[in-house]
Design a protein around this ligand. Structure first.
Ligand code: ARG
Length: 459
């Protein structure tokens, strides 16, 4: 009968219950946050005269010893202690005696776990932002080199218009920049202290919530205790932010997988970040982007899992909420390793610029330019220009050539209003550079965009 809450029980908990109920095997990851939270809480209790100076010293020394024991591997994590909060408090009391029993004054595990988990998530928001910035820097190195490398821009995976590879990578830089804003925004919104909310309704003890908030690095104190101990929005937000970021990573990964195929051959992943086949000796497989794509699914699962756990819970704390942690731990780890490995894969891959450019000479990428020419130079309404261009594409198909190689005489036959200067419009590089509208693909506009990402990363 050694449970902290055993007072009203006549029989001991079954081993099966211990196994089912405990979170200590995974929530021990929060030990730093838990000990820091307890140190702040004890300091506040002492300042308010609820603990004596001597008790505070004992508690502080004791907690530091527990921390050292955890870090040296000596600490015994015991499933019958249920969770890390009780495991640590029990060990503290074993070391320092009665003063340890006073630490939980004006506190509940409900606000304690809310503090620990929230601070864990807040820190990870910032770590992910840092890792995202490193990834963006590496993508920028590649993008900078390829603002003139033509690559077919596609819709429906069909050749659409000529763009450059720097511009293409710029699209991913835009996504990652938005991801950073989301993590930072979540950080700001959730940097609010739950400590002092106790079980659900606050406490009659004369506590100072602002003091603990400040000691723990929170910007402010939460407004309503009932909400605070029930709230897991901060966990849902990081799961959503990671899910969206992984979706972006997954789309880039999908392109890397395609581009690594013989059919595309736009990039070759380095040997360091490729794998072989156990049976087919020639294989060099893009396992890294494939796994990034695959792991995205698991992260979505954690987001859906927690949304579902939360949806039917009456206020305030319910044990269901204990299911909030593993999915977040797993997703945070996945996010950090994914960002790191994607950065390395991009840094070490070979860009086959020649093949990207060669791919532009099929698929009539200049078709929109011909239509634009007819509008601009011949004053033909766009719908009609679209139709005439369609005829020119059909003619090119018949001749088994790309529209960019068609001879003037064929175009003249299709529409007599066309004059020879049309051929300039059909040059693919000219076509790419013609898209000078803000955010467009021209090399000048691409450089401008890449510059804006650099400024963002410096700021
Ligand atoms: N292990 C619990 C969790 O992670 C801590 C809070 C328990 N509170 C309670 N009243 N049972 O959610």
């Amino acid at each position: 009968m050694d449970k902290m809450w055993s007072g009203r029980f006549l029989a001991s908990a079954s081993n099966l219950l211990d196994e089912f109920n405990a979170s200590i095997m995974f929530d021990r990851k929060l030990y730093q946050e838990d000990i820091e939270g307890s140190l702040a809480h004890a300091a506040m209790l002492a300042k308010q005269g609820i603990l004596t100076k001597e008790e505070l010293t004992q508690i502080t020394d004791g907690l530091n010893q527990v921390k050292a024991e955890i870090e040296s591997g000596e600490f015994e994590w015991n499933i019958s202690d249920e969770d890390l909060h009780m495991g640590i408090e029990k060990r503290l009391t074993a070391i320092i005696g009665d003063a340890g029993k006073k630490l939980h004054t004006a506190r509940s595990r409900n606000d304690q776990v809310a503090v620990d988990f929230r601070r864990f998530v807040l820190k990870r928001n910032l770590e992910i932002v840092d890792a995202l910035k490193l990834l963006m820097k590496e993508i920028l190195v590649v993008a900078d080199k390829h603002t003139e490398t033509l690559i077919p821009g596609m819709t429906h995976l069909q050749h659409a218009q000529p763009t450059n590879f720097g511009f293409h990578l710029g699209a991913y830089l835009s996504m990652f920049k938005r991801d950073i804003a989301r993590f930072e925004d979540s950080y700001k919104r959730n940097n609010v202290s739950p400590l002092g909310c106790a079980a659900l309704a606050g406490t009659p003890h004369n506590i100072d919530r602002n003091m603990t908030a400040e000691l723990l690095g929170f910007d402010s104190v939460s407004t309503n205790c009932l909400d605070t101990v029930s709230d897991r929005d901060f966990a849902l937000e990081i799961l959503f932010n990671i899910s969206t970021m992984m979706m972006h990573i997954s789309r880039l990964s999908e392109e890397l997988v395609m581009w690594s195929s013989y059919e595309f051959s736009f990039v070759e992943l380095s040997d360091e970040y490729s794998t072989g086949s156990s049976i087919m000796p020639q294989k060099k497989n893009p396992d890294v982007p494939e796994l990034l794509r695959g792991k995205t699914g698991r992260v979505y699962g954690s987001l859906m899992g927690l949304l579902t756990v939360m949806k039917g819970l009456p206020l305030a704390y319910n044990k269901d909420t204990q299911e909030d942690k593993e999915g977040v731990f797993d997703s945070v780890e996945t996010a950090l390793i994914s960002l790191e490995i994607l950065k390395e894969a991009i840094k070490t891959m070979e860009v086959k610029a020649h093949n990207m450019e060669a791919a532009c000479s099929v698929g009539h990428l200049a078709a929109t330019d011909l239509a634009d020419y007819l509008v601009e130079k011949c004053d033909i309404p766009f719908r009609e220009a679209h139709f005439i261009t369609g005829r020119a594409v059909a003619k090119s198909e018949e001749l088994k050539i790309d529209l960019s190689d068609i001879e003037f005489k064929y175009l003249k036959e299709i529409d007599s209003r066309i004059s020879e200067d049309v051929l300039d419009f059909l040059v693919l590089r000219t076509s790419m550079n013609a898209r000078t509208s803000e955010g467009g693909t021209s090399t000048a506009r691409t450089k401008e965009q890449l510059e804006s990402f650099k400024t963002f990363l410096q700021g």
